[in-house]
Design a protein around this ligand. Structure first.
Ligand code: CA
Length: 132
């Protein structure tokens, strides 16, 4: 009986430990409002554990030439909602390199090229998000 009990509890236990990226089609904030994107502080080499740490919710039309306090050069994974596009820049004031992320899950921003030698991990310094 004790063994059965432990097995049943296991999925609940891991749910709290392992992050899991939401689907583009199911991206809503804690109040259930549709989001344009959600950006996360951390990522993980194991994709089913990515989208970790604190997150920054982005609504349709959000336009931030300067990142909200403490969010500059910090984002490591993100999800863009269906029919939305998140454009990001590597320098504040929409300077430097830019990249447009279409709807989808981006588990590790270090996998996406930023200029010739860089990547987008901890490199986002401004953003603009729109949905159709
Ligand atoms: Ca980070």
């Amino acid at each position: 009986m004790k063994v059965v009990f432990s097995v049943l509890l296991l999925p609940l236990f891991f749910q709290g430990l392992l992050a899991q990226c939401p689907l583009s089609s199911e991206l809503v904030n804690d109040e259930g409002e549709k989001l344009c994107a959600r950006m996360y502080e951390h990522s993980d080499m194991y994709f089913d554990q990515s989208c970790k740490g604190k997150y920054l919710d982005v609504k349709n039309g959000d336009d931030f030439p300067y990142m909200p306090l403490l969010w500059g050069n910090r984002i490591s994974s993100l999800v863009v909602a269906s029919r939305c596009t998140l454009k990001v820049w590597s320098q504040a004031g929409k300077g430097g390199n830019n990249k447009s992320f279409n709807a989808g899950v981006y588990y590790q921003l270090k996998d996406y090229a930023n200029g010739l030698f860089g990547n987008w991990n901890d490199a986002i310094s401004s953003y603009f998000c729109t949905c159709n």
